[in-house]
Design a protein around this ligand. Structure first.
Ligand code: PEP
Ligand code: MN
Length: 345
């Protein structure tokens, strides 16, 4: 159960509602979105009637929820969340494309890739500066130097930057460079990291863990929302199954399912979902057809010599072809990819 306070409620009203909840034996967790206060009630709610609280001064409404996730739930907020990054609106009619290498390797590699994905119509640039690698002997990323190269690419191309944060300690540095903070699949259940990004004002791209259920993904989003950051973008990137031909198995069900359960935007990562460049185009088209609000795709100027995830990276020509192909699928489902070619219904 959540008590939604009216915009601009006084602290006195908030304190009074909290004390009433406490007198009913309940705990409270306060969060806010643009000044509007939400009081999450914690404890045994079975005997609590919303009417016991809905009439109190300053209360807009009391929402009862069937799901364990609250702020992420459609019952809490029926209109879709649109996350703005500059003029880019994620969760709007536009299918937003984020593209770039798995890792920033050097200046030339990143700048050439950034120019290529920009020319093909991508709106944002991805690139890891801090890389969570399965092996400690693999390339771990350039760190701050990688962030500086990303900033240079943004300066030249105007592409917004999406980059991964692996620990709470990295946040103060990364927020100086990133437009969107990526939480990787290996960290989806890292609650101290979710808490820490929840206290920033940067949009967060939250990947689904490779072993996370859809409900666990939404509970991870709930952490970020509950600490005050309402700009959360979910990302389906494939889950572990018994199949071995592909790196992961894209759970395409998750796309329309998440649309039913949450108001948050949903992206798909066909690169990590398949682990094979040859499958990325078809899986991207399927994702757009299923209702994804965007894609995050690995692109490298020279995939064969990439320091990470080369086998699943598209070269610039393949990426340009993909942009043309998904544009047609987007039109077929009433959406568009690049603003200047906006679909007219
Ligand atoms: C990545 O985006 O390069 C990455 C490591 O993805 P994931 O966390 O989904 O494995
Ligand atoms: Mn990768």
């Amino acid at each position: 159960m959540i008590i939604i306070m009216q915009h601009g409620t006084s602290q006195k009203d908030i304190d009074y509602v909290v004390s009433r909840a406490q007198s009913l034996g309940l705990g409270t967790h306060l969060s806010q979105d643009q000044g509007q206060i939400f009081i999450n009630l914690i404890g045994d709610l079975r005997a609590i009637y919303p009417s016991a609280l809905s009439g109190l001064h300053g209360v807009e409404r009391v929402v009862t929820l069937d799901q364990p996730f609250r702020l992420a739930s459609k019952d809490f907020k029926s209109e879709r969340t649109v996350v703005s990054v500059g003029e880019i609106a994620i969760g709007s009619e536009q299918v937003v494309v984020i593209a770039g290498p798995c890792a920033v390797e050097n200046r030339e590699q990143l700048m050439k890739t950034a120019r290529a994905v920009k020319d093909a119509g991508a709106q944002m640039l991805r690139g890891g500066a801090f890389k969570p690698r399965t092996s400690p002997y693999s390339f771990q990323g350039l760190g701050e130097e990688g962030l500086q190269i990303l900033a240079e690419a943004r300066e030249e191309t105007g592409l917004y930057i999406v980059t991964e944060v692996m620990t709470p300690e990295q946040i103060p540095l990364i927020v100086q460079y990133a437009d969107v903070l990526q939480i990787g699949a290996r960290n989806t259940l890292n609650y101290s990291l979710l808490h820490a990004v929840g206290e920033t004002d940067k949009p967060v791209l939250l990947k689904r863990g490779m072993m996370s259920t859809v409900q666990e993904l939404l509970m991870s989003a709930e952490y970020i929302l509950s600490y005050g950051n309402h700009n959360v973008i979910l990302c389906e990137r494939g889950i572990r199954t018994f199949e071995t031909y592909t790196r992961n198995t894209l759970d395409i069900n998750a796309v329309p399912l998440l649309k039913e359960l949450t108001h948050l935007p949903v992206l798909v990562d066909p690169s990590h979902a398949t682990g094979k460049a040859s499958l990325v185009n078809a899986v991207s088209r399927a994702s757009v057809a299923a209702g994804a609000d965007g894609l995050i795709i690995e692109v490298h100027i020279d995939p064969e010599n990439a320091l990470s995830d080369g086998y699943q990276s598209l070269n610039p020509r393949q990426f340009a072809e993909l942009m043309g192909d998904i544009k047609r699928v987007a039109h077929a489902v009433g959406r568009y990819t690049t603003p200047e070619k906006q679909y007219v219904k």
